[in-house]
Design a protein around this ligand. Structure first.
Ligand code: NAD
Length: 288
């Protein structure tokens, strides 16, 4: 079984920065974080500092723990530097199959033979990503939820060729990072949570754009009627309309045409009304 000491996280965005932080803060792993431009790395490191500062001000960690966590995180633009001595590579780059496959090909050539490559993809086939490598038995899904610092669940997904050893290693690492896990035994788009959630979010967007109810009432209905902690339109703003759309498109293509995304959601992505990350989505986040 692979003993995981060093982790490389690819992508310092919304999810990557959080995963890197949890790996260093809770799992006590040495973590490299790789992104393609300095400003994205700086953005990711800034979000980690802010999050750690919030843990500190709530008394959940000490100043020494905050500094030790930051010292375990190594930002880099160099893919080789990030993965060449990693035991586990967690990929959190944008939800685009061609981009991800190109990265898997590159990582396969640079990472040690024993290293596991785990994808944080929300919907793309693990088997397809694994096919871009010569180590499909060492590729699986490791799907965190947003924000990774707070959300308890990791879905661990078996691709067609993933070995039991790989799954066990990734389950163990997830537990060491303080997470609860579920095992997805077959590689099916959307896995468990998004197969159920994304069609619901898409319907909420459709209700809004068809003018059937106001934004506040759609969110209030689901919060009070189904006991969700947050309404579906606000949740789209947190996840990102682009990510929501990308997952809906995979479900439509690969599971059933009935999952087709609403035209309103597509328009929002074209208009860059992506939610919190661009300042506006269903809600205005520029003042918050
Ligand atoms: N947003 C969510 O709520 C959520 C939840 C679970 C899983 N996911 C999944 O996580 C993944 C990342 O989503 P996100 O929301 O963090 O996206 P994001 O756009 O916030 O971050 C992606 C980052 O990857 C970087 N990147 C692009 N090419 C790269 C490369 N070759 N090497 C390294 N970094 C590269 C980008 O510059 C960006 O900083 C997607 O697969 C998404 O489906 C997202």
């Amino acid at each position: 079984m692979v003993e995981v000491r060093k982790i490389a996280v690819l992508g310092a965005g919304l999810m990557g920065h959080g995963i890197a932080q949890v790996a260093a803060q809770v799992g006590k792993y040495e973590v490299s974080v790789r992104d393609v431009e300095q400003r994205f790395l700086d953005g990711g490191m800034g979000m980690m500092r802010e999050s750690l500062q919030r843990f500190l001000s709530k008394g959940k960690i000490t100043e020494a723990e905050m500094n030790e966590t930051l010292a375990r995180i190594h930002p880099t633009l160099d893919l080789k530097e990030a993965v060449s001595n990693a035991d586990l590579i967690i990929e959190a780059v944008p939800e685009n199959v061609d981009l991800k496959k190109a990265i898997y090909r590159e990582v396969d050539g640079l990472a040690p033979a024993h290293a596991i490559i785990a994808s944080n993809t929300s919907s793309i086939s693990i088997t397809e990503l694994a096919s871009a490598t010569n180590r499909p038995e060492k590729v699986c899904g490791m799907h965190f939820f947003n924000p990774p610092q707070l959300m308890k669940l990791v879905e661990v997904i078996k691709g067609a060729k993933t070995s039991d050893e790989t799954l066990q290693t990734v389950l163990d690492v997830s537990h060491k990072m303080g997470k609860e896990t579920v095992l997805v035994k077959k590689d099916c788009p959307g896995f468990i949570v998004n197969r159920i959630l994304i069609p619901a979010l898409n319907e909420a967007a459709a209700l809004y754009w068809e003018g059937i109810a106001d934004r506040e009432d759609i969110d209030k209905a689901i919060k009070l009627g189904l006991n969700w902690p947050m309404g579906p339109l606000m949740l789209i703003d947190y996840i990102g309309a682009d990510t929501t759309l990308a997952i809906a498109e995979v479900l439509m293509r690969e599971v059933d045409p009935k999952f087709h995304p609403s035209p309103g959601l597509k328009q929002m992505v074209k208009a860059r009304l992506l939610g919190r990350k661009t300042g506006k989505g269903f809600y205005d986040w520029t003042q918050k």
